[in-house]
Design a protein around this ligand. Structure first.
Ligand SMILES: Cc1ncc(COP(=O)(O)O)c(C=O)c1O
Length: 387
């Protein structure tokens, strides 16, 4: 390996949310960033930008859009034109913008729970009704796996439903939906004339030898009703730089989205632009190495839970560095998030904040040095054994 992902970086001295929201004796494995240095080419590009010493206005230029399109074609066989890319300062901003652009008060947006909490907030922030359908969970020993409940989706849709907000790969369950699943879900959307917002921020973080299929790449008919949200931020661990984009291939939808953003949503700042180019242009080596490291962490986590914590169940994520742990059979009274925070000094994400189907669960971020992950698991085991 060229990069050393075992290095323990003291992030408390930075303004890191992950490392400063809890007391010093707490090990934080919650918010979705990784405790690794970003790829060297990103740091070099930022240093060069700082050395320029003049920080005036910049637009992301066409060369960046062309770089994105070339990468989408290379990795996902998805043909996108540079003019179909809209730059955004963040994906949560994109989720809200999509609701703002395509929903009016009284319209509804449907999403699949448990889900990354901003999906629950974005529709109501924009005066839309929120409709939720719980994913179907099945377990086999310690393994937990989620499937889409197509019948429930069809029966939940009403005349008000205007938008399906899909998280693909899905946070927190780690599912990267198959093209068969995506086809079925888009058939339902076509039948009911529903737009699809597909948040694919985690699509490069594949934990097994599978191929990610962008929802919009299924067919031109699906692309015509799809807004795809993507970013280098999770992939290259640069989420503080606010660089992301939407792909909107239908010109009418693109026009509406740009109009809704006008004057409110800035494009990417100059540091984000430089980092973005370096990530997509020169980040391949780092990405292949971090994926190997994350896959090993995922496998160690699964082995630990199977052997040492059989009272828990866990997803084995196909994508994302997030494991979703079912603690309902662990004999914990009340919230497992509180239990592990108070008794293990490990900060995880509280499953209850992920909507229906989340209570009794915690989300565990294994995007960290293996030693930290194992320390957290040992602490959790001690708390459960002494409970
Ligand atoms: C599915 C998903 N979308 C969006 C985000 C956040 O994106 P941003 O920081 O660009 O707003 C996250 C972060 O964890 C995420 O998991």
């Amino acid at each position: 390996m060229t990069y050393n992902f075992d290095e323990l970086i003291d992030r408390r001295t930075s303004g890191s949310i992950k490392w400063n929201d809890y007391a010093e004796d707490v090990l934080p494995l919650w918010v979705a960033d990784m405790d690794f240095r970003s790829p060297d080419p990103i740091a070099a590009a930022l240093q060069q930008k700082v050395a320029e010493g003049v920080f005036g206005y910049e637009w992301p230029r066409r060369d960046l859009a062309e770089l994105i399109c070339a990468r989408l074609e290379r990795l996902y066989h998805w043909k996108v034109l540079p003019e179909e890319v809209i730059f955004l300062p963040g994906i949560v901003c994109g989720l809200n913008l999509v609701c703002h652009a395509f929903g009016k008060p009284g319209d509804a947006a449907l999403t699949l729970t448990p889900i990354y909490p901003p999906f629950l907030a974005a529709p109501t922030n924009q005066e839309m009704e929120l409709q939720t359908v719980e994913l179907k969970a099945a377990s086999n020993g310690s393994i937990l796996r989620y499937e889409i409940d197509f019948d429930r989706i069809a029966s939940t849709i009403t005349a008000q439903t205007k938008l399906l907000m899909l998280c693909h790969p899905h946070n927190p369950t780690g599912r990267d939906f198959t093209s068969q699943e995506l086809t079925r879900i888009s058939e339902i959307c076509i039948e009911h004339d529903i737009l699809i917002c597909s948040d694919e921020i985690h699509c490069d973080l594949l934990m097994s030898e599978i191929k990610h299929t962008p929802t919009a790449s299924l067919s031109t008919e699906v692309a015509a009703r799809c807004i795809t949200l993507m970013a280098p931020s999770k992939t290259y661990n640069m989420s503080g730089l606010g660089a992301s984009y939407a792909v909107v291939q239908n010109p009418d939808l693109r026009k509406r989205m740009k109009k809704a953003a006008a004057g409110l949503i800035p494009e990417i700042n100059i540091f984000g632009i430089s980092a973005f180019k370096a990530a997509y242009g020169k980040g391949d080596l780092w990405l292949s190495e971090v994926l190997a490291y994350l896959r090993n962490n995922r496998d160690l986590l699964f082995a630990f839970i199977t052997k040492e914590l059989p009272e828990l169940k866990t997803t084995v994520p196909e994508a994302t560095y997030l494991a979703w742990l079912d603690c309902r059979q662990a004999g914990i009274e009340g919230s497992p998030y509180r239990f592990f925070l108070n008794n293990s000094k490990v900060a995880l994400n509280d499953g209850a904040t992920f909507g229906v189907g989340g209570a009794g669960f915690v989300r565990f971020n294994f995007g960290c040095p293996t030693s930290l992950m194992l320390d957290a698991l040992e602490r959790m085991k001690s708390a459960l054994r002494s409970g």
